[in-house]
Design a protein around this ligand. Structure first.
Ligand code: PLP
Length: 341
């Protein structure tokens, strides 16, 4: 099977497993796991922030950040397709009491002025806006990279309004590799970031919250409350350390493979190859002779797994476990199905 559903399907490589097996560990709820502590210090430094905290998942990392920035009953602004309001099962509302309002899905093309126009000031008769969240890269936005100039403008908008700015940086590594923007430059723009080790970087588990020392102290309380306090988590943190050391620069290969897939599919009118800049190839099947579920089923029968995200919307994601031969095979299978439909 060539599994292009997500970059979360990767399996830890042998050297990563060895690093996990030999990790020094302690009880992280007591703050005594040296491997977790080292990972947190490393990630904080990478993003130029004071502190960081390991979490079991990207969703938990995001939700902790949102709770840090937005008190219950107050408001978060984000894209209608943002992971935090689409795929986190209502956690902001259910667990944080956070009200959210979205701008129309724009992916990486968000307009800071339009966002500024949505901000509601504090007052007794309206829900005050307390934070803006963006996603870098933008998952449902086809892996698009929000330009640095847009993020800088958005920082200005947040500062003018005196509100927080969060980055769901599950794939911020991909943006860094695609655009060459240093991770610390991204770090300097946000009050909180959540970054994932288990998407393109190939660790089996783990994300990291990055912020100020004061916020990370509060984050540890929220994580414990959510049931995310882990004990000998160094075994997992060691996988993250390995991923940071060995799997960032190679993301360029995933981007090149996504571009190749996009070029193969572009003649069928389902992909705009020029917009594929990282490891995600969004499929727009509105004018295709086949719908998403049928394409997914036909591809599965021929050994290719595709993510179907809507009746006429699909997604292919390249990652550590798909090589050039797998990409060629997937392109052959998918173009064959489109020709025959
Ligand atoms: C953009 C984005 N944010 C957050 C997450 C959540 O990560 P997790 O699955 O570890 O909760 C994902 C998962 O794919 C994602 O794509």
């Amino acid at each position: 099977m060539v599994d292009l559903r997500s970059d979360t399907v990767t399996r830890p490589v042998a050297a990563m497993r060895e690093a996990m097996a030999s990790a020094e560990v302690g009880d992280d709820v007591y703050g005594e796991d040296p491997t977790v502590n080292a990972l947190e210090a490393r990630v904080a430094e990478l993003f130029g922030h004071e502190a960081a905290m390991f979490t079991p998942s990207g969703s938990m990392a995001n939700q902790i950040c949102l709770q840090l920035l937005v008190p219950p009953g107050e408001e978060l602004l984000c894209d209608a397709d943002a992971h935090v309001v689409t795929y986190e099962i209502g956690a902001a509302a259910a667990l944080g009491g956070i009200s959210s309002r979205t701008w129309p899905a724009a992916g990486a093309d968000l307009d800071p002025e339009a966002v500024a126009g949505m901000i509601r000031p504090a007052g007794y008769n309206a829900v005050p806006t307390r934070a803006i969240a963006v996603e870098q890269t933008h998952n449902l936005g086809g892996g698009g990279v929000i330009p640095l100039s847009t993020l800088r403008a958005l920082r200005g908008v947040a500062d003018d309004a005196g509100i927080g700015l969060h980055c769901d940086g599950a794939r911020i590594w991909h943006a860094h590799v695609a655009d060459g923007v240093p991770l610390a430059t991204y770090g300097g723009l946000f009050d909180t970031l959540s970054v994932c080790l288990s998407k393109g970087l190939g660790a089996p588990v783990g994300s990291v919250v990055v912020s100020s020392r004061e916020r990370i102290q509060r984050a540890r309380v929220i994580r414990k409350r959510l049931g995310g306090g882990m004990r000998q988590a160094g075994i997992l943190a060691a996988a993250g350390e390995y991923a940071l050391s060995h799997h960032i620069e190679r993301l360029a290969d995933d981007h090149a493979r996504a571009a190749r897939l996009a070029e193969a599919l572009a003649p069928y009118g389902i992909v705009d190859a020029a917009r594929v800049v990282t490891n995600i190839v969004p499929l727009d099947l509105t004018k295709a002779p086949i719908d998403g579920p049928s394409l997914g089923a036909a591809a599965r029968e021929r050994g290719v797994l595709v993510s179907v995200v809507g009746p006429r919307r699909g997604r292919l994601v390249t990652h550590l476990d798909v090589d050039d031969a797998a990409i060629d095979r997937a392109a052959e299978v998918l173009t064959g199905i489109l020709r025959g439909a």
